[in-house]
Design a protein around this ligand. Structure first.
Ligand code: FAD
Length: 382
């Protein structure tokens, strides 16, 4: 079994690492305070091919494999998780379902501007009363002549207000639950799409997340994604894929927490020697390194599964569950190693602590990942 990255994957990782260090790190702390969205950086990332990483060249993308994409997410999150989530949402919950379920015309029309960074993408599934139980969504669609008309509210929509194309889920009859749901490619630049003020979030403060109200939002008939009534299946398959990106985000934050902790433990002296020479601290660092590596291996295994035919729900759920719980343990330890300074905004670990928190929540909470894994066990074990 060969665990090494190929030459191309190493090149992608190194390129993204140096871009993140040069262009993203300098303003990351300031943007965390101001909440300013980094339009320039996102545009440059589009030019580098980071917004349509798995989109074929024929539609203007970088045509890379899943693992290259995950390495890029990890490198971005290591420096600024807000930038990482903007990028991963565009790639995984917008480009990916259009690429996988879209018609030739849809791919040609929507993927090119998304992949180039000309426009940003997103995904509208969650509603104020439909979170983990996504099949209970109530945003309605109806057909009117040459278009569909959508009405309802979508909650917690990443990239709302800064993005243009969103894969949006709506139902023709809420009593049909999953069977009534269809997927649409919604152009948010229209009067029927009303974006509320961005949420004041604990972390990821320069990524934008808002409530979106759809009041007669129009979608052309040829912008339904997949077949009528297949929307929920599309959403679940999309989440199988996108959860890999959240795991990579968690791993990037954890990597940063470990690096910051090792540096601090080497520099800070107490009781006459560096912290790292106190065994309790050195052992903690060793545990952090081990947990981080376990999460990364689980993710790379899930990426391998994602590159094979068929569903990879369980592999993605495991990787997301473990990586997101792992990063929350690591950032708490990182703050502890920093002592009082870890509680100060002057130290990066304070931001990492806040950035990590959401990873066990979005794109399916840890409890939802456990449901996916347990369901697979129920059918597997005879
Ligand atoms: C920053 C951010 C960005 C987001 N971006 C997007 C986006 O771009 N698009 C989008 O569609 N959504 C987005 N979301 C929404 C996110 O996916 C939901 O918050 C998530 O799915 C959980 O739903 P909820 O918040 O309604 O929690 P709820 O479903 O109300 O759950 C509350 C708690 O109860 C637990 N719970 C629920 N049901 C069960 C059960 N049966 N058994 C055990 N425990 C259970 C949950 O695990 C959780 O701990 C985002 C959220 C955040 C915070």
């Amino acid at each position: 079994m060969d665990f090494s990255l190929n030459e191309h994957q190493e090149m992608v990782r190194d390129m993204v690492r140096s871009f993140a260090e040069d262009r993203i790190r300098p303003g990351a702390g300031e943007r965390d305070v101001s909440g300013e969205f980094p339009f320039d950086i996102i545009r440059e990332m589009g030019e580098l091919g980071l917004l349509g990483m798995m989109v074929p060249e024929a539609y203007g993308g970088a045509d890379m494999d899943v693992l290259s994409y995950l390495l890029a997410v990890e490198e971005l999150a290591r420096v600024d998780a807000s930038v990482a989530v903007t990028m991963s949402v565009t790639n995984s919950v917008c480009c990916w379902p259009i690429l996988t379920f879209g018609t030739e015309k849809q791919k040609e029309r929507y993927l090119r501007p998304l992949a180039s960074g000309e426009v940003i993408g997103g995904f509208m599934l969650t509603e104020p009363s439909a979170g983990s139980d996504a099949a209970s969504l109530t945003t309605r669609f109806r057909q009117e002549d040459d278009r569909y008309v959508l009405n309802g509210s979508k909650a917690w929509i990443t990239n709302a207000g800064v993005g243009r194309y969103f894969v949006c889920l709506a139902t023709e009859d809420p009593s049909k639950r999953a069977h009534g749901i269809s997927a649409f490619i919604l152009d948010a630049e229209q009067p029927g799409v009303i974006v509320s003020r961005p949420e004041e979030k604990m972390g990821l403060r320069s990524s934008k997340t808002s409530m979106v109200t759809l009041e007669g939002a129009e979608v052309p008939l040829d912008a339904m994604l997949g077949e009528r009534g297949q929307g929920f299946k599309i959403a679940l398959a999309t989440l199988d894929h996108s959860r890999l990106g959240i795991a990579a985000q968690a791993i990037g934050i954890a990597q940063a927490a470990l690096e910051e902790s090792v540096r601090y433990a080497r520099d800070r002296r107490q009781f006459g020697r560096p912290l790292i020479e106190h065994q309790a601290i050195a052992f903690r660092l060793a545990e952090m390194d081990t947990e981080l590596t376990a999460a990364r291996q689980l993710l790379h295994h899930a990426a391998w599964a994602a590159g094979r035919p068929g569903r990879h729900s369980r592999e993605s759920a495991r990787a997301k569950l473990y990586a997101s719980e792992m990063v929350n343990r690591l950032v708490a330890w990182a703050v502890q190693i920093h002592g009082g300074y870890g509680f100060s905004r002057e130290y990066t670990v304070e931001r990492l602590y806040r950035e990590a928190r959401v990873t066990t929540i979005y794109e399916g909470t840890s409890e939802v990942q456990k449901m996916v894994i347990a369901r697979a066990l129920t059918t597997e074990v005879t």
